[in-house]
Design a binder for this molecule. Sequence first.
Ligand SMILES: Cc1cc2nc3c(=O)[nH]c(=O)nc-3n(C[C@H](O)[C@H](O)[C@H](O)COP(=O)(O)OP(=O)(O)OC[C@H]3O[C@@H](n4cnc5c(N)ncnc54)[C@H](O)[C@@H]3O)c2cc1C
Ligand code: SF4
Length: 511
Amino acid sequence: MNSLKRLVLILGDQLDLEGAALKNFNFATDEVFMVESIHEAQYVWSHKAKIALFLSAMRHFAKQLKELNYPLAYIQSSPLSIVAALKEKIVQEQITQLICVEPGEWRLRQQIELMAKELKLHLDMREDEHFFCSHRDFMGWAEDKKELRLEYFYRLMRKTHHILVDEEGNPEGGQWNFDQDNRKPYPKKGPGIVDEPILFEPDSMTQEVIAFVKETYSKHPGSLDHFRWPVTRPQALEALDYFVEYRLRNFGVYQDAMWTNTPYGWHSILSSALNLKLLNPREVISAVLSAWKKYSLDISTVEGFIRQILGWREFVRGMYYLDMPGMAEDNYYQHQRALPNWYWSGKTNMSCMKDAIGQTLQYGYAHHIQRLMVTGNFALLAEILPSAVCDWYLAIYVDAIEWVELPNTAGMALFANGGRFTSKPYIASGAYIKRMSNYCDSCRYKPDVRFGETACPITTLYWNFLIQHRSQFESSPRTRLMTANLKRISEEDQKSIVGHAEYLLNHLDDL
Ligand SMILES: Cc1cc2nc3c(=O)[nH]c(=O)nc-3n(C[C@H](O)[C@H](O)[C@H](O)COP(=O)(O)OP(=O)(O)OC[C@H]3O[C@@H](n4cnc5c(N)ncnc54)[C@H](O)[C@@H]3O)c2cc1C
Ligand code: SF4
């Protein structure tokens, strides 16, 4: 028992030896505390690969701490929640001081603060240095804005951090955003040779974790057969180097493209390493900027990639903290339908959904457009209850942590917050999916048929959505054009679309 001991809590997504939690660590009086909570893997029905990734990365990090002689209390497979296990330790050992980095997840932060108050604990909760923009700075930026939009925030971040701006503060390449250049489908014959991302064979520690997850979480969704994620910082750095050297060049142009059996396309697959804090976004941006010069890369690909990290990643984190806890409850359209069962199995006749969900179950990964314009688009058009959709995304992706998952799902994909930070719902018919992929070639449905047996369900539900929300779409200049197209569809056909949509909505599990 040592009442002077300071406990340093390190969460499973805070695996950085240089992180704020370990600053000024006193090897004589301090102890690091880490806990694997079974409850964390179960409060949503997590993909086995997501559980294995967290456990393996935590155990590798703990091993490193031990090698560096950090006093460490590491609890494996605790039946308690993180905070309950922490509390037990604090009470048993009469600890009076707790140090930690602010948790990314709102719920956990509230619980730790509450516990500290209850136990009259001195809580030293430090800012997370893995982000460019603190919560305070984001709130300051948002305070006087009529509209909260990525574009203005992103420009400010570029200027503040002198990234892709010249000495006068003007954007490199003459424009802030090259999004228009970054929306191409693959060539008609397919993506051709895509340089595979670097994948890591599981070492003995990861194999042990995989065996444990297979046994303990056997009923959870997803496969562990393809588990090749980086679980240590050296691996994450290797993955970053490999990406900027071989794959960044085509990231921009094919960012939105989809193709069967091409799970990663030219994407970086760095999100899990970034979110576990095995990588710092500053070093990712710096590696991308060096590669830009070294390999004479196109500005559109470099800007497109940096916008994701310095723009979207920071922006959604800021929005999450600004709008929690309300964001988790938002349901602008009052959608109430259950998530179709095939979201958990991939067993559907819709080729696009089958492919996006199938690869998700195999790898715990799908890229942004698959998440937004395939599974997300369908969930919005099919009027699924937002919290059910959010639970699915949180469970099923290896990179899913609530601060980044929730704003993307509820805010961006489902418009559940009524357009708080997006100007319109992201909806599309089968025509978009046909343009951006080869999915429709092998589908039993036809993307351009609006109703009837062969009609693409996404197309039917898209037109139905526009008909149901016609007045909302007509009220904004950004969306008026979408309903203008409705005028080209006869009244009779519109009735057939609504009738067919009603049938589909009542038989979602059969699609
Ligand atoms: C419905 C939905 C749910 C999502 N859930 C998550 C999630 O749980 N965790 C997560 O990290 N991302 C999430 N995203 C954002 C994005 O899809 C993933 O970050 C990306 O697909 C990860 O793959 P990648 O590393 O190959 O990314 P790349 O396409 O290579 O992009 C590079 C990096 O930019 C960042 N990034 C890109 N887009 C976004 C974005 N919209 N928001 C925040 N960061 C972004 C990521 O860190 C990513 O690693 C979600 C998007 C949608 C539409
Ligand atoms: S026809 Fe419709 S359901 Fe089938 S793959 Fe194309 S968009 Fe998806």
